[in-house]
Every structure is written in C-alpha cells, then in structure tokens.
Design a protein around this ligand. Structure first.
Ligand SMILES: [Zn+2]
Length: 473
C-alpha cells in the first residue's frame, strides 16, 4: 500500500504521559522507543519528538506539544506522524476530525501507530481511526464513572475520603490521635454542659491547641468538628450518614445526639440581632481599628442597640469600645444627606461617570482571573500539579481578584445614588419611608467608613467629636 508513496523525510513522533489506571501503564520513554523503532522499520526520518505531560486529552486542556506539532504539519515542516496508539493522539472524536481535515489539507497521508497501522489517506483507514476515537471517548467517560463508583464503594465500606487530616485522627484518617481525641472528648463534655462555642474556642486558643492546619480555632471550625459524624464513627456520603465507619469513634452516639440537641436549642433561642443596624460593617474602633459589631443590650426594654468592638476568636478586636447605635446613625445619616448636596460630591461623581469604560475592563480582568483559577483547580484535581504549586499559583490570582472586586464594587456602588446628588433635601423628606437596604446602599455609596473614638466615661449623649467619617465620595 505504501510502495508508491515517497518516503517520509521528517516525521513527527507524538507521545503523551497518561495516568490510565486500567490500561497498560506505558511510560513515555517506552512510547518514544517503540515509535522510533517503527520509524526505523519504515525508513522514515524522525524530525522531532512532541511530548505532552497531561493526564487525559478528554479534559479538553490545552496540549502545547500537540499544538506545536499541528502548527509544524500546517507549515509543512513535518510530513508524517507516528504515535504509539491513536488514543494518545485524540480522545474526542471531534479532535480526530479536525486532525484528518488538516492532514487532507496539507497532504499528510502517513500516520502510523505502533499498535495498529492506520492510513488516513484511504476510507478504510479513516473508518478505523473514527472507530478508535469513538471508542477512546467512551473509555474516558467510563473511566470517570469508574472513579465515581470507587468513591461510592469506599463510602459503603466506611472507608475515609478527602485529603485533609481530620482533627482527632492520624494522616491515615483511621488511627485515633489520642492527644487530640482527649481534647475532643473534653470539648464535647463541656458543650453538652452548656458552654458556648466562643468560650471553648478561647480555651483551645489559650491552651495552644491549634487546628489541623496549625491555625487558631474559630467558632465555625469548632462547631463543624463537634457536629461531624466522623468523631462518632459514622461515615457520611453526600451529606447523608450511610453507616458505621472503618475508623474508631472518639465519642459515643449518645454524646453526638446530645451535642446536636445543644446546637439546635441554641439556634432556636439564638440572640440574633434583628436587621436594624444601618451602619453594619461601616464603623471601626478608634482604639484598635477593628470593625464594630452590632449587639443589643437586653437589660433595658426595649433593648439598647449598640455597636461594639468585640474581642475573642471570631473578632479579634480590643473589646474596649462601645457606642449607642441610634445617635451615631442619626448623625451619619444627616452628614450623608448634607454631603449629597455638596458640590464636591457632584464633581467627584461626574469624574466617576467618565471612568465608566474602566468598569468593562475590570469585569474582563475578573472573568479571566476566575477562568485561570478554575484551570488551576483542574490541573490540581487531575494530579498535573502538586498542592504546593497550586497554592503558590493561586494566591496572587486570588489577591488580584479581591482587588478587582473591591474596585468594581466601589465603581458600581455609586449607581445606588443615581439622581440623588443635589437632591439631599428631597431624600431627607422620604428617608424614613425607605427600606433599610435602600438607606444602607445610599450611605455606603457616599461613606467608606467612620472611625468611632472613645468617649468620656458616663457621658449621656453622643459627642460629635467621637465620629470621624471617611468619605468615599
Ligand atoms: Zn477595639
């Protein structure tokens, strides 16, 4: 069949590293050796070896070496292709079609594989290649189904999953780490006795017990640990407890029920502040700079709403500053309304509007960074990069995303006050009828934050000097 064809003068040898679990584990060296041997048998000269280090062509990830080979074929630099097996070349039938189209266009008819001789130049060869490609695509799908089934199976057998070491267990996730198990038992006992998560987190942090990652405890992490089915020896799969686990329990099932009952009771009586704090997230402590949190004081009726600097595991403030909510809200509202009428604001706003093209740019940056993050996660998920490399690459992107989001929200928040500048008086007359969300949006558009300075002990009214607004506009 090949007798009439001119001999290949510069073949491309293509190899791909794959973590094919089921198939023959074929190292790339072996692939290349076999391809070189085939080239020698046929009397083809090899121009270049193209090697991609990806796990599955099915994932649709870019393959730089493959792209380079296609470009070289297109440019006429290579006139033949040798690959160990067609599934190294393509996993998706559409890729094969593109490849065939290209070969026809540039007149490359010599495509050889070690495992099966395919001549794309005739219909039989093309038919075979298409069947191979369709088969490979199906195999790829089957492989992910196999992985999923394996996970289900692990769950049914009570085997552990996940990558992080759970608190209370050794890295094998099965052997109990006694030092941490003792801590869990004590926490569970204290929680059942009514101690709050905050107090328990303080206790852990003060006694130098860190989380698995070596950080301080927060009430959220603590709650997660205490309510996790794992410490009671239960295996959870997709949010459902499916049976006994293969590891030893640290607490009893009865203790687990008691902990859950505690959490449920606390949630029901939760002193969650009503959403009536106009300046949430907009005030800072004049002593330590931390944000102030809304908190009601229940020894009066009605309770006194206050903004306070909170210390402790979730907040980290100095805990030494409090301001009564109502006067500071009135003062800052008034200041915002006056500000809406100022010429300085009108000027800043018109400057902002001219910058609107900037918004589109920011949006694009954000979108492309998010794509980057997804791709990185994909590379990590299929083992192409290590966790360390993943994190190193991720951190700068994430911080850029935060910056962009900040700029975006700055730029877009001004839309909350479209039509309002110059109309402070009109807004003032409607103010009490506006929803708290709307009032908050208007204030946020103009005020970045306000620093609350310490007051005179025992002062009855709010000293205006205590409030230092930092205007955004
Ligand atoms: Zn403070």
């Amino acid at each position: 069949m090949t007798t009439t064809k001119p001999v290949v003068r510069s073949a491309a040898v293509y190899a791909r590293i794959s973590s094919d679990v089921s198939g023959e584990k074929l190292g790339v060296t072996r692939q290349l050796e076999d391809c070189q041997k085939l080239a020698a048998d046929r009397g083809w000269t090899v121009g270049e070896e193209y090697v991609d280090n990806d796990i599955s062509a099915y994932s649709g990830k870019p393959r730089p070496a493959y792209a380079r080979m296609i470009a070289d074929l297109q440019a006429g630099v290579r006139d033949g292709v040798i690959v160990y097996n067609l599934d190294r070349l393509h996993r998706r039938p559409i890729e094969l079609e593109d490849f065939v189209t290209l070969c026809e266009k540039v007149g490359v008819r010599d495509v050889a594989t070690v495992t099966a001789d395919i001549d794309l130049g005739n219909d039989d060869g093309l038919f075979m290649a298409r069947i191979f490609a369709a088969f490979a695509a199906k195999e790829s799908g089957r492989r992910s189904a196999r992985i999923r089934r394996k996970m289900e199976q692990n769950a049914q057998n009570g085997l552990p999953h996940g990558s992080a070491r759970p608190f209370g267990y050794e890295p094998d996730k099965v052997t109990v780490r006694e030092s941490e198990a003792a801590v869990i038992r004590e926490m569970v006992a204290r929680c059942i006795a009514g101690e709050s998560m905050r107090s328990l987190a303080n206790w852990l942090n003060d006694s130098g017990v860190t989380t698995v990652k070596g950080g301080p405890w927060r009430t959220t992490t603590l709650r997660q640990t205490l309510r996790s089915p794992r410490i009671a020896g239960l295996r959870e799969h997709r949010g459902q407890i499916i049976g006994a686990a293969a590891w030893e329990p640290i607490i009893t099932l009865v203790q687990r029920e008691q902990v859950l009952a505690r959490f449920a009771a606390r949630q029901a009586s939760g002193r969650r502040a009503p959403r009536s704090y106009l300046l949430s997230s907009m005030l800072r402590c004049g002593k330590c700079g931390n944000p102030l949190f809304s908190q009601a004081r229940y020894d009066n009726d009605p309770p006194t709403r206050r903004y306070v600097c909170q210390k402790g595991p979730d907040h980290g403030g100095c805990g030494r500053l409090t301001v009564v909510a109502e006067p500071v809200e009135q003062l800052l509202t008034e200041a915002v309304l006056v500000r809406l009428d100022s010429t300085a604001l009108a000027d800043t706003l018109s400057g902002r509007i001219q910058n609107d093209g900037h918004l589109a740019e920011l949006g694009k940056t954000l979108a492309s960074d998010q794509v980057l993050l997804d791709e990185l996660a994909g590379l990590y998920a299929d083992g192409s990069i290590s966790a360390r490399e993943w994190m190193a690459a991720r951190n700068p992107i994430e911080s850029r995303i935060r910056d962009t989001e900040r700029s975006l929200s700055h730029a877009t928040e001004t839309t909350a006050i479209d039509g309002l500048p110059g109309n402070g008086a009109a807004v003032r007359s409607q103010w009490d009828g506006l929803s708290i969300d709307r009032r908050q949006a208007i204030i946020k558009a103009v005020l970045d934050h306000a620093v609350i300075n310490p007051g005179q002990p025992g002062a009855r009214s709010l000293d205006i000097e205590r409030v230092r607004p930092q205007w955004r506009l």
